[in-house]
Write a protein that binds this ligand. Structure first.
Ligand SMILES: Nc1ncnc2c1ncn2[C@@H]1O[C@H](COP(=O)(O)OP(=O)(O)O)[C@@H](O)[C@H]1O
Ligand SMILES: [Mg+2]
Length: 195
């Protein structure tokens, strides 16, 4: 869905009222996001089912500092924390990669395991870099439905940005056995296109 695409969703008066004061933040395939104030945003979904799926993930991640808290939700909307900072891929392009970001990515994947995700992966564009290189997920998808056993998309993205070797060298220092597995899998994937 592009920023200007027309679609009609019936929203209740409360949401209509909120939207009048909002500012457009961004849009994706599933929804449009507006800031309500400097703390909260509202995401309006194109499809009820997608909204429900995203809400069910955010419900399970509600005690995690890596995900926005939810304040309210309905059939077609979720009100959640505004996430500041900069998209990880844009951040790396501008300011480069560093050990602290690598360390926080490792911790994020560990958090995915703690949350019993089946998908231990995330795209660079769904991660925001905040103060002290903290990371926040903005758009969780299929975390419990898809099975991905290593951060393939994430490392593919880091590779494209020229940051994969530095990332893996931190993984090697901090988690040698994880390094063996991730390094093997991503090299196979990048070299031969094997999943
Ligand atoms: N919590 C948030 N805080 C700030 N900006 C956000 C937030 N969530 C989404 N956005 C902005 O809105 C855009 C679309 O949101 P996203 O959740 O990715 O929608 P979709 O599910 O359609 O891909 C994002 O790329 C980002 O620019
Ligand atoms: Mg998105």
């Amino acid at each position: 869905m592009s920023k200007n695409s027309d679609y009609y969703i019936e929203l209740n008066n409360k949401v209509e009222k909120i939207l009048k004061k909002c500012e457009f933040l961004g849009s994706g395939h599933n929804g449009i996001v507006y800031s309500i104030n400097n703390k909260k945003v509202i995401k309006i979904f194109k499809y009820k089912k997608v909204c429900q799926k995203e809400y069910s993930i955010l419900k399970k991640t509600k005690d995690s500092k890596y995900f926005p808290d939810v304040y309210d939700w309905g059939d077609y909307y979720i009100i959640r924390d505004y996430v500041g900072g900069e998209r990880l891929d844009k951040y790396i392009k501008k300011k480069g990669f560093n050990k602290k970001i690598a360390h926080n990515i490792i911790k994020l994947i560990k958090e995915f395991e703690r949350l019993h995700f089946n998908k231990l992966d995330i795209r660079c564009k769904d991660l925001y870099v905040g103060k002290n290189f903290s990371l926040t997920v903005i758009d969780p998808k299929n975390n419990y439905s898809k099975n991905v056993i290593y951060p393939r998309h994430l490392m593919k993205g880091l590779n494209k940005l020229g940051a994969l070797d530095e990332f893996l060298s931190v993984v090697k220092d901090e988690k040698p056995d994880v390094y063996e597995f991730w390094n093997l899998k991503i090299r196979e994937y990048l070299d031969k296109g094997i999943k």
